[in-house]
Write a protein that binds this ligand. Structure first.
Ligand code: SF4
Ligand code: SF4
Length: 115
């Protein structure tokens, strides 16, 4: 899913959590697209975006300052990043998004954006 416009002026979640995912999403696996060079192995099954497996996570692929930071590998980002959305399927605000935004001094979202 494409992120909605509010994410284009944010980036807080890319510097708030460990971004882990199945290693088979990396480009050294058949059909994988995430550049393996920008990931690190966590377990035999899982890897993470470099920079996020830290007490002060910040994905190394995040460019610029929050708010307004951009993903250097947007088209090749892992499923975890695709799945991170500001609103849940029922239209409510994603609490993970709120935690990330507040951590970076931004207001939590309160209203769904008009489509
Ligand atoms: S913290 Fe929320 S609004 Fe900001 S980029 Fe992530 S999902 Fe989008
Ligand atoms: S790969 Fe891109 S979207 Fe995913 S955490 Fe890193 S900067 Fe954010």
């Amino acid at each position: 899913m494409e992120k909605i416009s509010v994410c284009k002026s944010c980036g807080a979640c890319c510097a708030s959590f460990r971004v882990s995912f199945y290693w088979g999403e990396c480009d050294d696996a058949l059909g994988g697209i995430v550049p393996s060079a920008v990931t690190e192995q966590l377990t035999p099954q899982l890897c993470a975006m470099k920079g996020t497996n830290s007490a002060t996570p910040r994905c190394e692929q995040l460019i610029g300052e929050i708010p307004g930071a951009l993903c250097r590998i947007y088209a090749q980002r892992p499923s975890t990043c695709h799945d991170m959305q500001p609103y849940l399927a029922d239209g409510s605000v994603n609490p993970q998004c709120s935690r990330a935004r507040v951590k970076h001094g931004l207001a939590a979202l309160s209203e769904p954006e008009p489509i």
